[in-house]
Design a protein around this ligand. Sequence first.
Ligand code: HEM
Length: 419
Amino acid sequence: LNDIPRDEAYDNTLALLKEGYAFISRRCDKLGTDIFRTRLMLRKVICMRGAEAAHVFYGSGNFTRRSAMPPTTLRLLQDKGSVQLLDDAPHQHRKAMFLSLTLEPGQVGRLRAIFAGHWLQAIPAWQQRRELSLFDAVNRVLTQAVCEWAGVPLDEKPAEEMTRELVAMIENAGGVGPRTWQALILRNRSERFVAKLVERVRKGELALPRDAPLRIMAQHRNVQDNALDTKSAAVEVLNLLRPVVAVGRFIMFAAMALEEHRQWKERFAAGEEDDLESFAEEVRRLYPFFPFVGGRARQEFRWRDYRFRKGDWVLLDLHGTNHDPRRFPEPDRFEPGRGLSWKKLGYDFIPQGGGDPYVTHRCPGEEITVELMKEAVRLLTRSMRYDVPEQNLFLDSSRMPARPERGFRISNIRASEGR
Ligand code: HEM
């Protein structure tokens, strides 16, 4: 057995904050390896990248997500009681419930139609504005859509407020300091609001259709056939609301790609459907979102010639794996012809995790993500016209998750006929 190569710095916390998405790959390249040891926040950590590393990280059952993320990131993204912190049979049972919502064609189609409806309704108000941030506008539409889909009544909480709370959870998940504390306060507010809704559904005070996700979550029973405690049920409802709104970031990136590669915009405007999915998938590969995920080894095991010990903390580089030149020649080039699809359930193209989502912690929301992105591209290219003013679209890769500082700005918006 060999020693895992070690980065020479004693602690790399500052380097990680500075280098962001590039941190793991840069060190792997320098050391000529897919794996190295270092310290972050003074704790020992093993960093890995590439399809084979993803395979052992996701495919082996060797890792748990417990104690694998900084506490604020955990609180903002998943929180205690969530599916991500479960393992084995309890995880698979809860996960199957998520997937029964997120992979069911009727549910996905309903969400997509509600989303398009809110988008089309918003266009007249957008037309009144000289200029707007597409990111902000789309996040608002997504919030309205996911709440209506889930059965969360937005007449009881203004849509702006709900949007602000859900967006804050995502924007601040990688941060520390006052902005993050503010986001935690907002998260508490959403949790209380949703917990009350869960209680009302259970008491029969809030009537919802049988297929309403809020109702399904409220009535879900765990693997021992007990109802979830109210807080965990609320956390799981937020686990649908927050990440659907997170798709707004990929929609913004899709709009940026349409602008930069005008031939695609023209093709989609003309009604082309064939390459729409490949286009969306390439956006998910190329643009930065989740940099990496953390896990803890549940037992001792070997990978290649290296030994992992129980309790080892490991970061898998998602972004670096999606930009691995061994798998994706010219990885920084936007090329929808690469034929990517999350449906292959592999370990090489992993913006939302790898393997079989019924078994691993792979995201259950990829179908929804891709379908909403495709619908947004249809809406952007066929149902409206707009100009793109001069602006700074620089993606600061030390800010995780990254985005242009002021969103993607569009102006002179006009409705058009097509769809
Ligand atoms: C905006 C795009 C999205 C991104 C970038 C994203 C990213 C991710 C990633 C990387 C993971 C894996 C975490 C791990 O391995 O521990 C994950 C898990 C998860 N995602 Fe997503 N996701 C997105 C959209 C969605 C959507 C639309 C939903 C639900 C409708 C969703 C719900 C979840 C849940 C519940 C988990 C935990 C799964 C488990 O632990 O088994 N996500 N997501």
